[in-house]
Write a protein that binds this ligand. Structure first.
Ligand SMILES: *[C@@H]1O[C@H](CO)[C@@H](O)[C@H](O)[C@H]1NC(C)=O
Ligand SMILES: *[C@@H]1O[C@H](CO)[C@@H](O)[C@H](O)[C@H]1NC(C)=O
Ligand SMILES: *[C@@H]1O[C@H](CO)[C@@H](O)[C@H](O)[C@H]1NC(C)=O
Length: 402
C-alpha cells in the first residue's frame, strides 16, 4: 500500500452514498454461466423466525433473515456461487449468522461494481463463519490497477466491507484474491476476526489483508495473511485493537497509519500486537505518518510484544516522513507518537538496518521503549537509527538510541 493512501479515504467517503444508492440492486451477472446456480441445500423453516435461509436469492434471504427473530442463519452450501456485488443492510431484528460453506465468487466484470463487492452496513450482531471462501477473482482486475506504476490510480472493489457494524465476528473462512483490500472494517465496534486465511499473490496490487478505520474493540486472532501488501493496516480513529497469533507475509507487515494525511483524523490509541510472526515482509512493525499533516493527531498506548521476524527488511520502523511516491508537500509532522513499546522482538532481518525510529523534530516521539530486542542480520552487524525520539532501551540494544 503506497500511492493509494488517498484512495483508501476516498473509498470510505463514497461508501455511504453507494450503499444507499445500491440498495436492492440486482447483480448484473447473477445467474451467468460463470458459476452454477446456488442450490442452497438447507432451505428449511423460511420465515419462521429461527430457521435457515438458502442463498438461492440472497437478496430475499437477507431481507427475510433481517426481519426474523430468533437465530436467523443464511447458509451458503458447498459449491461455487457467483454473488453480487451486494449490500446487506440493517438494522435487523436479531443477530444474523452467515454459515459460509461454499465459495462465493466476485464478478470478473469490473463494470458490474458500483463500489465494493460484499458490504454489510448498519448491522448489529453479525457472524460470518464456516470453511468457505470469498474469492474476489482479482486476477481479472489487477492488470488495470496502475497504482503501483504511478499512473491514474482507480479504486477497485474491496471484497468484504463492514461499515457501521457492531458485535460482529468473522471466523474460520478464507478470503482469496481480492481486487483491492480483502477486508475493510470501518466505523464499527466489537468485532472479532479469528482463524481466517487471507491470500493473494505477492505481486497483486493493493490487496491489503485487513484495513481498520474509526473502529473500537477489535480482535484479530490466529489469522494468516499473505497478499504482498499490508497484512493489517490500522488507520485513524482505531482504538482498542488486539492482534494476536497472526502470521503475516509476504507483504508490507503490520502498520499503524498512515496518519496525518487528512484534516480532522481521529487519534489511534490502545493497540496491542502480540505473538505474531512476520515472514519475508518489507516491514515488520511500522508506524507511518505524513510529514505535513493538516490537523494534529495522536497515536499512543501502542504495544508490540513477542514478535518473530523471519527475513524482514525493516523489522522496526517509525517513519514520520512517510511519503509514498515522493509526492508530498514539504513540512514536518506534528503527529504525536507516545508510549510505544517493543518487547521480546526476535529473529532475522534481511537488512542491517534493523531499527529505524525517525520521529518529528517538531513533536518528538516520547516514551518509546525497546526491550529484549534480538534481531540479527546474517549479512553482518546491525544498525539502529533513532532521531527525535525519547525513551529507553535495555542492554540488548548494542547501539545508542535515546
Ligand atoms: C468487545 O468485543 C467483543 C466481541 O468481539 C465482546 O464480546 C466484548 O464484550 C466487547 N467488549 C466491550 C468492552 O465492549
Ligand atoms: C530516517 O531519517 C533520515 C534522516 O532524515 C533519512 O536519511 C532516512 O532515510 C530515514 N529513514 C527512513 C527509513 O525513513
Ligand atoms: C547506520 O545508519 C545511519 C543512518 O542511516 C548511517 O548514517 C550510518 O552510516 C549507518 N551505520 C552503519 C554502520 O551502517
Amino acid at each position: 500500500m503506497n500511492s493509494i493512501e488517498n484512495i483508501k479515504c476516498i473509498v470510505l467517503l463514497f461508501l455511504l452514498a453507494c450503499t444507499i444508492s445500491a440498495q436492492g440492486s440486482a447483480p448484473k451477472d447473477k445467474g451467468s454461466s460463470a458459476a452454477p446456480a446456488a442450490t442452497g441445500a438447507t432451505a428449511g423453516a423460511k420465515g419462521s423466525g429461527s430457521g435457515t435461509f438458502d442463498v438461492k436469492d440472497y437478496g430475499a434471504a437477507w431481507t427475510e433473515a433481517c426481519a426474523a427473530t430468533g437465530n436467523p442463519t443464511i447458509v451458503v452450501s458447498d459449491g461455487s456461487y457467483l454473488l453480487g456485488p451486494v449490500n446487506f443492510e440493517g438494522p435487523c431484528k436479531a443477530p444474523i449468522t452467515i454459515q459460509l460453506n461454499g465459495k462465493l465468487l466476485g464478478s470478473t466484470n469490473l463494470g458490474a461494481y458500483k463500489e465494493n463487492w460484499v458490504v454489510f452496513y448498519k448491522v448489529t450482531g453479525l457472524t460470518i463463519t464456516g470453511t468457505g471462501t470469498f474469492d474476489g477473482q482479482g486476477a481479472s482486475a489487477w492488470p488495470s490497477n496502475k497504482c503501483r506504476s504511478g499512473g491514474a490510480c482507480k479504486t477497485f472493489p474491496m471484497s468484504v466491507v463492514f461499515a457501521f457494524v457492531e458485535n460482529g465476528a468473522i471466523r474460520g473462512i478464507k478470503s482469496l484474491n481480492s481486487k483491492y483490500f480483502h477486508f475493510n472494517i470501518f466505523s464499527s465496534k466489537n468485532i472479532e476476526i479469528s482463524n481466517v486465511g487471507i491470500t493473494a499473490p505477492e505481486d497483486s496490487p493493493n490487496t491489503d489483508g485487513i484495513h481498520l478505520g474509526d473502529v473500537s474493540n477489535i480482535t484479530i486472532a490466529d489469522t494468516t495473511i499473505g497478499t504482498g501488501d499490508d497484512c493489517i493496516s490500522i488507520g485513524p480513529g482505531s482504538t482498542d485493537v488486539t492482534i494476536t497469533g497472526v502470521n503475516c507475509g509476504p507483504g508490507h507487515g503490520i502498520s499503524i497509519g498512515s496518519l496525518g494525511k487528512y484534516a480532522n483524523e481521529k487519534d489511534v490509541s490502545g493497540i496491542t500486537v502480540k505473538g505474531c510472526t512476520l515472514t519475508k515482509t518489507t516491514n515488520g512493525l511500522r508506524i507511518k505518518t505524513f510529514q505535513n499533516n493538516p490537523s494534529p493527531v495522536k497515536a499512543d498506548n501502542i504495544h508490540f510484544e513477542d514478535i518473530t521476524m523471519d527475513h524482514v527488511t525493516n523489522p522496526i520502523l517509525i517513519d514520520q516522513q512517510y511519503c509514498p511516491n515522493g509526492a508530498c508537500t514539504a513540512g514536518v509532522s506534528t503527529v504525536a507518537i507516545r508510549d510505544v513499546t517493543f518487547k521480546n522482538i526476535k529473529g532475522i532481518a534481511s537488512n542491517s538496518q534493523t531499527i529505524t525510529i525517525n520521529c518529528s523534530e517538531k513533536v518528538p516521539c516520547t516514551q518509546i521503549s525497546l526491550s529484549n530486542i534480538q534481531v540479527t542480520c546474517p549479512a553482518g552487524s546491525t544498525n539502529v537509527t533513532c532521531a527525535n525520539a525519547k525513551g529507553q532501551a535495555d542492554g540488548t540494544l548494542k547501539h545508542p538510541c535515546f
